[in-house]
Design a protein around this ligand. Sequence first.
Ligand SMILES: Cc1ncc(COP(=O)(O)O)c(C=O)c1O
Length: 388
Amino acid sequence: MSRIARRVSAYGTTVFTEINDLSQQYNAINLGQGKPDFDTPPEIVAQAAAALQSGSSNQYAPGNGVPALRKAVADHAARFYGMQIDPMRGVVITNGASEGIFASVVGLVDAGDEVIVIEPYFDLYVPTITMTGATPVYVPLHPPQWTFAPDELRAAFSPKTRALILNTPQNPVGRVFTYDELKLIADLCIEHDVTVISDEVYEHLLFGSAQHIPIATLPGMFERTVTLSSGGKTFSSTGWKIGWAYGHPDTVAGVARARQFITFSVHHSSQEAIAFALNLPGTYFEEFRAMYERKRQLMMEALGRAGLKFFEPEGTYFIMADFSEVFAGTPTEFARYLTKEIGVSAIPPETFYCAEHQHIGKNYIRFAFCKSDALLRAAGERLARLRR
Ligand SMILES: Cc1ncc(COP(=O)(O)O)c(C=O)c1O
């Protein structure tokens, strides 16, 4: 008998591990994983250090999160979106948004239910659904504008649909869904009595005129949405894994019931520091956005010079580039070629699709631009060799 359970036996190594290893082997500039190569702002790190040294946060934190952070999450939702959240019953702190997603699916979806996933998707959604014994149902975004077809979305709903996982701003394509797109999703979820699990970890990574609208703010949606976010992207602290789920107390209760038996509680001192960070003045969020506008510009110039076409991201720190004019082969083959011959690593998106829809992303590769300006310029010089 296999030692490995059937529910995980089909999972291979993640594409991130493969590309990271290859990148290291060939000394490539790694624009694969969405991991900043610069540090968390020092004033936020200082709060974590002070919390560690105070002697009051080296033991288990309260299971649902420290009161200061739960209040900061509620205040942040009021400040940016005008939402009224009960900090004690409507917020749960999680080990990153990742645990928030897992706890939401375990806590709000039953085995045998269907869960709608928009493709290409963040890779942990589907294993989370299948580990729960539910079935993913896929709705693809179509390039080059990365929009969904309303008919395909409508057709994905069935009497078995229990939840829809939404991600806006969207990794990997960089879309920020518009009010009209969200309204269509919301109307269908209301019609079919479906819960939305809304992953909004890139909520502060917006470009140009793009505006982030939490789907929970649409009429009739608050009761049926759990919103997830985390400090990793907004405060360049992906290593801390401080996340949160918030919404109507009745929905959040399902997440909290599952979460208490996954990890019980979350790293204590980091919670105190993220509470401080969420309360930073508006200038922090404006400067953060300006910093990423510049990085996005550097990345777009580099891809343009290399002869790659791309959709200008409206949000996130990712860009999907079409390599069909410079390389003939699959995204994985291109990712290997790019690492070995050009010296830059990026992520092939095959694993962000179900097998049936992989052809939709067949010309694309994902670059992450959460890197220092100097590294992005150096990557640009190497990528220019693609055109030659
Ligand atoms: C769409 C999306 N959701 C969730 C996460 C994970 O967030 P966290 O690090 O807070 O677990 C990521 C990280 O890359 C992501 O891209």
